[in-house]
Design a protein around this ligand. Structure first.
Ligand SMILES: [Zn+2]
Length: 118
């Protein structure tokens, strides 16, 4: 379940391959998220040193619906890429774990520095 008051700074992902590598090999701030096509992957980790778990969001009327979550830090780039491709293929489109308002996702400029990344 997504953190109830976290605001994410969303960057554009270059490609499924690049995103799979980044999320499995690098540690991001808890307010970082990445957009790939219409899907958004947001960091849902509980702590700075805890597992890099990401919620997968899809636009829905007036906001976003969480369709899946995935622990990238326990995966390999190859397995993560398989998951990302399944997301892009729409395999999780009918899932709904949570809903958030569109105002929870910000551009990097709007986001600035919060207490997670400042
Ligand atoms: Zn931040």
């Amino acid at each position: 379940m997504l953190h109830s008051n976290r605001i994410w700074s969303i960057a554009e992902a270059e490609s499924p391959e690049q995103l799979a590598y980044q999320l499995t090999r690098l540690i991001f701030y808890r307010c970082n998220g990445f957009r790939l096509g219409e899907y958004v992957f947001v960091n849902d980790a509980t702590g700075a040193d805890s597992a890099q778990e990401y919620g997968v969001l899809k636009p829905d009327a007036g906001g976003y619906v969480q369709i899946e979550s995935y622990t990238f830090s326990g995966s390999t780039p190859e397995r993560a890429l398989g998951f990302i491709r399944a997301v892009l293929a729409g395999e999780y489109d009918n899932e709904c774990y949570d809903r958030i308002g569109a105002d929870r996702l910000e551009s990097p400029d709007l986001h600035g520095l919060c207490h997670y990344c400042g």
